[in-house]
Ligand binder design. Structure first.
Ligand code: SF4
Ligand code: SF4
Length: 323
């Protein structure tokens, strides 16, 4: 049977999702011959993709969130060229870590990256421009958007494989889909419909906590629920199916498998779970809880800012008018 064509594209991502594909070892070798795009590993030109007939790729994996006009263009292009478009990894599914920048605007991101960081030397105050005149013409750069988006906020998606990165089981299921041609039903999510807590074997005593800890402040008991030991573990607000990867390393869940079905805002759900076990006798106790969360956005929305009710900081009228 002829092998099916695969494309893999990375947008705003760290590359970990592509490493997860490479980690499938001999399975990945079997797919290379029929790969028509994989910028992470192979030298294709985008014009080769543009020249393909519509619907001629069976499966396209799209990792990373969308934060530039180039990524937007390739999301649209892959939607046209592929029969099955997979949001591959937490950034494509929920915005991921890049979407924490939604708490800032483009100018603030550039200021931080190209001016303020201790390792930056920028003596001519050079910042990215979409067009730069050079001898004999102009250089173009993609437009950098204020707001990081998920893949399905740009184009319809057929299947989601959450995880930072997706676990080997999800990669193998996708590669097997390529081998057999037995495609997942539309709207499939390669995760459990139940919470991570439902899969976790740690002992829960439904006891209240009186303070929170950061992971470096305590050595947690490996048999007992981490939340009940005062660590922010997003298990109650996160889909299961990852194989309890962080829990097995005695680390709390950060929420990379995303919100449970029917939950609009993963962070709000977690905050609700946290306040329900926090022993607060007076208003001051709840105020103290908030001071103990060193990084609220990173703790509750590490992977889900684009998907949250907040989605981004409101742009000031001057910022919005400048777009
Ligand atoms: S909160 Fe975390 S440690 Fe506790 S049961 Fe849920 S997944 Fe396990
Ligand atoms: S335990 Fe949580 S953060 Fe870790 S891999 Fe599983 S879903 Fe992702």
């Amino acid at each position: 049977m002829a092998k099916l064509k695969l494309a893999s594209y990375w947008a705003a991502s760290c590359g970990g999702c592509d490493i997860a594909v490479l980690d499938s070892n001999e399975k990945v070798l079997g797919m290379l011959a029929d790969t028509v795009l994989w910028p992470f590993a192979l030298d294709f030109k985008y014009r080769h993709l543009e020249a393909l007939p519509d619907q001629s790729i069976e499966v396209a994996l799209f990792s990373g969130a969308i934060r530039t006009s180039e990524q937007w263009h390739h999301a649209r292009l892959l939607r046209d060229k592929a029969r099955i478009l997979v949001a591959f990894g937490s950034c494509a599914c929920f915005g991921g870590v890049p979407a924490l920048a939604n708490l800032h605007c483009r100018e603030e991101v550039f200021q931080r990256l190209y001016w303020e960081t201790p390792s930056t030397a920028n003596p001519w105050a050079t910042f990215p421009q979409t067009r730069t005149p050079v001898a004999g013409g102009e250089l173009d750069l993609p437009e950098f958007y204020d707001t990081v988006l998920t893949l399905d906020q740009v184009v319809p998606v057929d299947c989601s494989a959450p995880g930072c990165p997706p676990p080997p089981e999800s990669v193998l299921r996708i590669l097997e889909m390529l081998e057999t041609g037995a495609f997942f039903p539309p709207g499939s999510v390669l995760a459990s419909d139940k919470s991570l807590c439902d899969e976790c074997q740690r002992v829960r005593q439904e006891k209240k906590i009186t303070r929170l800890y950061r992971v470096h402040e305590i050595m947690p008991d490996p048999q007992t629920c981490l939340l009940e030991q005062g660590l922010i573990c997003l298990g109650p607000a996160t889909r299961g199916g990852c194989g309890l990867r962080c829990l097995k390393a005695n680390m709390p869940c950060r929420g990379c498998f995303g919100p449970l079905p029917g939950v609009i805002d993963q962070g709000a759900k977690m905050l609700s779970a946290l306040t329900s076990i926090y022993e607060a006798k007076e208003d001051d106790d709840l105020a103290r809880l908030l001071t103990e969360v060193a990084d609220p956005a990173g703790s509750f929305y590490r992977f889900g800012m684009s998907r949250s009710l907040l989605q981004r900081r409101r742009l000031e009228p001057m910022e919005a008018a400048a777009r």
